[in-house]
Design a protein around this ligand. Sequence first.
Ligand code: ASP
Length: 446
Amino acid sequence: MGIRVCKFGGSSVADADQLRKVRAIIEARADRCFVVPSAPGKRYSADEKVTDLLYRADSATRSPDPKGLAFDQIFDLIAERYRKIVSDLGLAYDLDPALADVHAKIRGGAGPDYAASRGEYLCGLIVARLLDRPFVDPADMIVFDAKGRFLPEETQTRVADRLGREKSGVVPGFYGAQADGSIKTFSRGGSDMTGSIVARGVGAELYENWTDVSGLLMTDPRIVERPRTIPSITYRELRELSYMGATVLHEEAIFPVRIAGIPVQILNTNAPEDPGTRITAAGHDAVPAGRVTGIAGRKDFTIIALEKTLMNAEIGYGRRLLSVLERHGLSWEHMPSGIDTLSIILKSDAVDGKLDQLLADIREACQPDSIDVEKGIALVATVGRGMSHQPGTAARLFGALAGAGINIRMIDQGSSELNIIVGVENADFERTVRAIYAAFASAPRN
Ligand code: ASP
């Protein structure tokens, strides 16, 4: 039987009730061998995540706390949360020695990464007790270089070796260590990354990512009421949608499982029977022709459009334009082109304050006949592997936008036919998403 690695997010480990659900999920299948917990998250909307409290505690050792608490007062809030979890679970486990050690080290200046990592560490100790499984410290196997860069291949060798000796275990998320032993965390939300690393390390058959939503939605529920859940999505589609602002996993968490071809299942701790969303390599399932997987977008882009007669015959034109951007330290998002036109799309906040100089430099380097700037553009990406080689998809999309009276300022279709991106005015953003959703949500389900 294959191995499953189960990562539980902050809301899944927020209190004893949630942790009982975690235990029930783990005990429901014998192949749920490795568990990666986050730190306790919010129990209610005004609550504070343990990770945030730990960052506050660490900075209170150096400068006054913005909310006016002393280091010991903040630490007490943290310690009380853990003690309450242990007692509400009825565990015969004295966490105080571990809490005292963490207290002394943070107070002694161990730094923000060490402090923040203790949220997962302490939670991992409790989960290991609760499930009666070995606790495995990621500091011994997830490695970062002296500059704090994650080292994937060395980590893979170490994780495979260390966890290869265990049948099951609990590995706290979010951190590893540098060669000198100092603790280093991933960026926020990084327990997803640990789950993915562990899944690759043990050669898992499936990486289950347990959260508080029943999978990835087809579009933003703040724009479309109760959008459908996406049953399955490829790594590439997910990348396109996350780039456009859809969030479900830590940005880098897909890489370790992707290398190993391990699928990810997004599942809901509060509704474990819901099927959730499966993230896989392409070709895992047959998708109905014309099916759109998801729609996502973002506001506030700037388009710089250049026109020059016979641009197509001029060698080095694009290079000159891109080297101006490079000199200004700007990365571009899209570059749609015509025979005599070339447009660059940039995030508006990236060009704020430097647009005039940038345009002057482009004029000098590229000598365009004209140069137009459009600010306040929103980009909406319609993503779907079911769209490729499907005549009619674009017609349906543009028909929907025409029907809604939306003026399209830019169109870009990736050569893979995986997505069609339209640029519209910021003010039309929400209407655009709704119109596209309405046109495609009725397409056949998987
Ligand atoms: N606890 C960390 C955070 O809040 C990491 C995680 O939950 O994934 O960012």
